[in-house]
Design a binder for this molecule. Sequence first.
Ligand SMILES: [Fe+2]
Length: 350
Amino acid sequence: MKLSKLGYWFLPPVVFRLMTGVRNGLRRQRALKIDQVRTDLNELREKGFSFFFDGRVIDRFCDYMERDNALNKPVATRRPENQKYLDELINQGYCVVSNAFPAASIREWHDDLKQIMDAASQRCDELVDLHGQASMQTIQELYLGNRINFHLASGLIRLWDVHLLRPQLRSVLEHETLNDIVWSFFGGNPTEPGIYLEYKNKVDWYEPNTNYHSDSPFRILKAWLLLNDVGSRNGPFVYCARSQYLDDWRILRDLLEFSNYNKKYKAFYAHLSRVELAQLASAFPELCAPERQITGKAGDIIVADTRGVHGGTNLQEGYRLQLGLVSSGLGNVFIGNIPDEIKNLSRDSH
Ligand SMILES: [Fe+2]
């Protein structure tokens, strides 16, 4: 055993620290500037958890959770034939409404909208040349007068409010079965949905969404109308059934995500690794099922409560073109828009 190890075990700590201090003082590596520890450990010791966290965040979190549960608890669908979709959505976190639109309408919309997005895809290539894929930026611009987002890592493009460009798409917003499901899911209190056209056509580009995550601690529904057939190689959506319920395994992540500390430390607490999910699924099958790809045909609508853990997959061939709708319940402002009162709590905690 080395002399230094013997010293660690058998000398009094003060003597050992003095000894190593003298030895290392003679051999100091000045270029590393190791004395400049940016985190003040004394402050951490003094403040304990309040070094990281403002306790008021917990109160706010509980208030919002209670509000979501009180105002947005599901009620029965208005049409009895739609109840099976709602039951599935509540129980497993997603459901699929097959053949929601006639094939002829879907084909017509597909051909028209794909042209729009193929042109936008060229702009995406220019932006990638300019900023690099590795920047992982999302660039927002105006396109045909509407907001458009380019995700430079995956090449995914989202064109918002596309119904303003093509009024016939209002029929998606007015789809009876979908509206019945959404209305009932939020206890009759859904917000106006946001609508976007989404195009993914960059084969084998890195997809950050393969990191599985939850969108929000609160009820949130996303619905996608597929405009082309999506098989396992066309970047299908992935969902872990039953992971949408509030439970001990996720409450700390939800709290951290809610608090906006994720932005402060650049940590995404709502993300879960596949190993964590696999262990959760095998230990608590009633709370989480192994991830499942949700493939579908053009004209199908996939509806998911994206509180549940979900993600994307790499596009291996072809493309994926779909219309997306996002709805939340009354009082939920947590879709990319955390109120200042919460932001400010986490901003100046130390
Ligand atoms: Fe998501």
